[in-house]
Design a protein around this ligand. Structure first.
Ligand SMILES: *Cc1c(COP(=O)(O)O)cnc(C)c1O
Length: 228
């Protein structure tokens, strides 16, 4: 696997898509390293990767022990409340906040440690139950209910597109999420910052950027197909 060439290729495509972006914003790359070993991640860091994404708590913490000082860790997968304690003070950003019980646990831990934990609210843009996320119609209400939390900070939204060949359906869902982010941002709510829109993976990141994403989570296009 030629990670160097893959990464250059992805960065080039990001740059081209940025020029067509509705938001005109720079895009941050989260290299998704799930299932890949320490050596491969080190190679990516050598090549300039500054942020990696993991979707399982166990894998996150094992890798964090070895690389926590070298790269920023993002929690991008479904998070159970009873596992918050392992990652809340290690994740630069938690992308998958999608329910009140989880928010309460993050707030509790963050408060006890006197730190701020930055989170994205995951919105279910695919209408697929399995992917998790708050529904479009519930998102604003959910965010409102989090405003009293002093140590959990909302800094944007995240979405995972449907796994489908219908590109216009994917594009529509990205556009809807961007519009929702902009709508909330325009309300200028003091307690939150609608700064990040985390959307786009290997199969759809260029489209996501065109539709206003400023944070893409890319795994297989950089590191190759995963075995599991
Ligand atoms: C695995 C994963 C990605 C990256 O997927 P690729 O198709 O390999 O780019 C992005 N986001 C989440 C939440 C993931 O679990």
């Amino acid at each position: 696997m030629d990670i160097k060439r893959n990464l250059e290729d992805v960065l080039k495509k990001i740059e081209i898509a940025e020029k067509k972006s509705i938001s005109g914003e720079k895009v941050e790359l989260i290299a998704v390293t799930k299932t890949h070993g320490i050596d491969i991640i080190k190679e990516a860091i050598e090549l300039g990767v500054t942020d990696i994404g993991e979707n399982k708590v166990q894998e996150f913490t094992t890798k964090y022990e070895k690389l926590g000082n070298d790269v920023n860790f993002h929690m991008i997968g479904t998070l159970q409340s009873n596992k918050v304690k392992y990652i809340y003070d290690k994740a630069k950003l938690i992308h998958s906040l999608d329910r009140m019980s989880l928010a309460k646990e993050i707030e509790r831990k963050a408060q006890a440690s006197n730190i701020i934990v930055n989170c994205l609210v995951q919105v279910n843009i695919s209408n697929e139950e399995s992917k998790g996320g708050v529904s479009f119609s519930e998102t604003e209400k959910f965010i409102e209910s989090l405003l009293d939390f002093k140590n959990l900070k909302i800094v944007g939204l995240m979405g995972i597109a449907k796994n489908t060949d219908d590109l216009s359906e994917i594009r529509d869902s990205f556009r809807r999420l961007y519009n929702l982010k902009e709508k909330i941002k325009k309300q200028n709510i003091e307690e939150l910052e609608m700064k990040y829109l985390s959307m786009g993976m290997s199969s759809d990141f260029e489209m996501a950027i065109e539709e206003g994403s400023n944070m893409v989570r890319i795994g297989s296009s950089i590191f190759g197909k995963r075995d599991y």
